[in-house]
Design a protein around this ligand. Sequence first.
Ligand code: GDP
Ligand code: IMO
Ligand code: MG
Length: 435
Amino acid sequence: MTSAVVIGTQWGDEGKGKIVDLLTEKADVVVRFQGGANAGHTLVVGGETYALHLVPSGILRPEKMTVIASGVVVDPEALIGEIEALRARGVRVSPDNLKVSDKAHLIFPYHKALDGARERPLPGMGPEGTLKIGTTGRGIGPAYEDKASRKGLRMADLLHPESLREKLGQALMEKNALFTHLYGLEPVSLDAMVALGQEWGQKLAPFIRDSWKIIQDSLARGLRILFEGAQGTQLDIDHGTYPYVTSSSTVSGGASTGAGVAPALLGKITGLVKAYSTRVGEGPFPTELLGAEGERLREVGHEYGATTGRPRRCGWLDCVVARAAAALSGLTWAAVTKLDVLAGFSEIKMAVAYRLDGEELLYPPSDIRDLARVEPVYRSFPGFAEDISGARALADLPRNCRVYLEALEEAVGVPLGLVSVGPERDETIVLGEFF
Ligand code: GDP
Ligand code: IMO
Ligand code: MG
């Protein structure tokens, strides 16, 4: 098989950027298939840190091709900014090594304004009228809504300035009614949006391509494709902690629909399992640690959002959630990340089940009202004190650390494919072949 998929099994920020960058060594093409600039994927190479939002995490290797596929929602302003920032640091980004799907939907400033407005109380109303999700404010929900309700504009529309005004006019009619009548915002100027669209078109035209055919051609030529997931399984629109989720399919199936590749061609599927849990934004989080242990995970693990800088909520590893991800995405194996962050805890815990109304659950309940009531069933492990960032084989890890990994493997129900022991590309124990 010449494809492989990397997805997050938790609430995002599992270390997908690092692992995709590492695995890109063996890949030819790296594809983002869903989400948008809500993602923040961090790569650390030779002491240099790069935070990517839309550009796939293969970009640091100039000979590889990267693709932003049709399932992604693209904020051209963010994309142009990211391309310029990468180029300013000497990273090659050109239409040769970055392709953006002509079918990918666009995020305009009015999507971001709507995203922000929905997170605030309506003018003259109390906070109880608002469902605050704690979004990244990047316009993701409103853009996917427009896509689903068939009011969206796509990258290809930037190549047709003659119809841009008409399409934007149709989109803005409803948006401006909402802005002025409900949210107390200034109406959006059609002229300004048309000008913006034209400017984006001029800058991005060389990158806009029929990405799904490029991916199909690459597969036909035997090239190796790495699909880079964004967010995590518990943020999936269908399978996550709805409504505290993002608006796309973060499971492995999203790679198939978002990139335009048949499910049977996806190859090995790697689920990233951070050695503890984090969550940004609102929503239930059964293993959350609100005291000193959570604080410690946040500080040692530098758990602050790569996109918004928000402190991430932290807690013990939740194997119930990871077990569900293994089933939902058909994981070949798990890649455990940030194991080094657990060094120094005298006791480490992992949830292996939930208890709800006297019953033991092996998978999360569907309804967040139930999820908010579950009690994690913990297994407790003695900690390890050693700095493990130099480990390059399982045998280099302290015994207590290996015991924890074996328990994780057993609880999640898939083998280990990789263990990450530091943010740098080479701070990794690789246990198998990914292609
Ligand atoms: P992503 O969204 O899944 O790509 O993850 P983020 O980049 O948002 O967050 C992961 C953070 O952990 C980044 O700062 C990474 O540099 C860092 N990181 C990744 N793997 C490891 C690891 O094994 N150990 C440590 N200490 N940090 C890691
Ligand atoms: P990466 O790819 C962590 C969260 C937001 C919020 C919810 C909805 O870096 O793992 P959205 O802006 O998507 O409408 O927000 O989803 N969220 C993420 N949390 N990592 C991410 O991406 C996230 N992308 C969105 O915090 O709770
Ligand atoms: Mg992130």
